[in-house]
Design a protein around this ligand. Structure first.
Ligand code: GTP
Ligand code: MG
Length: 230
């Protein structure tokens, strides 16, 4: 299993984007931002390696590998600035350090619903991983119908100057939940579709989220049944 490092901008790109998009008051903190992005990128690499190691362990020792595939990304500068604005936070480095936990993100797509919790438990059991936040949108889906388990973990990163802890947001969801979230995300960011159609699609998607949940749960039951037989 290979961790797809999708949209992982390099630090030169981050630097260029800050120069282009950040308001002047933020640009004075540029070197702090770059160092923090680099720290978060290392944290994604650390957690990504842990997940890849779990994946190869499952592959060798489990009849069933819970992991379907994984993706990693760094938040781009424009979405970071947008998020600070949306949250009404002052445009300064300390706002990011204290409030934004998803500069580094990893998505783990699992085969079945139970697999979500297997992966989460196996990762969180590791002694150098600290759970900072957990939101279970599978047990309590969002009004949109969105389902996923969100974890924010902190991991130590060993740098030349010493060890620093950095956060990584991990979204764990099934293939069905991921398929749903991709389409709903597309709908959310479509600006050229008339509002009544958006509302209709959103309502349909709400229903499909429940349908998918039932289908995935029933398919998991068949899968477990077949496993018991073999
Ligand atoms: P923000 O990151 O500022 O949104 O706050 P938060 O971390 O409290 O938010 P949340 O726990 O809702 O997680 C945010 C991320 O989850 C988003 O960036 C999306 O990737 C995903 N997400 C949350 N809700 C939805 C939804 O309704 N639809 C889709 N497609 N994705 C969602
Ligand atoms: Mg978030």
């Amino acid at each position: 299993m290979i961790l797809e490092r999708t949209n992982l901008p390099n630090l030169t790109q981050i630097q260029t984007d800050f120069g282009q998009f950040a308001p002047p008051e933020l640009r004075t903190d540029l070197s702090k931002f770059i160092s923090y992005y680099q720290l978060c990128q290392s944290a994604v690499n650390e957690v990504g390696t842990k997940l890849e190691n779990l994946d190869s362990d499952y592959q060798i020792h489990n009849a069933h590998n819970p992991i379907h595939h994984m993706e990693a990304r760094l938040k781009d500068v424009r979405s970071l600035l947008h998020k600070l604005e949306k949250k009404g936070l002052p445009l300064q480095f300390s706002s990011v350090q204290q409030n934004i936990y998803d500069i580094g993100g990893i998505r783990v797509i699992t085969n079945y619903q139970d697999d979500v919790y297997t992966v989460a438990d196996n990762l969180l059991a590791q002694s150098d991983i600290t759970l900072l936040r957990q939101k279970d949108y599978i047990k309590a889906p969002k009004p949109s119908g969105y389902r996923s388990l969100h974890l924010v973990v902190s991991v130590p990163v060993f740098q030349a100057s010493g060890v620093k802890d950095a956060p990584v947001e991990i979204q764990i969801r099934t293939v069905g939940m991921d398929m749903w979230a991709s389409l709903e995300h597309k709908l959310r960011y479509k600006t050229n579709v008339p509002a009544d159609r958006v509302a209709r699609y959103a309502q349909q998607l709400q229903g499909y989220a429940d349908d998918l949940d039932k289908i995935e749960s029933n398919m998991q039951a068949i899968f477990h049944d077949l496993e018991d037989e073999s």
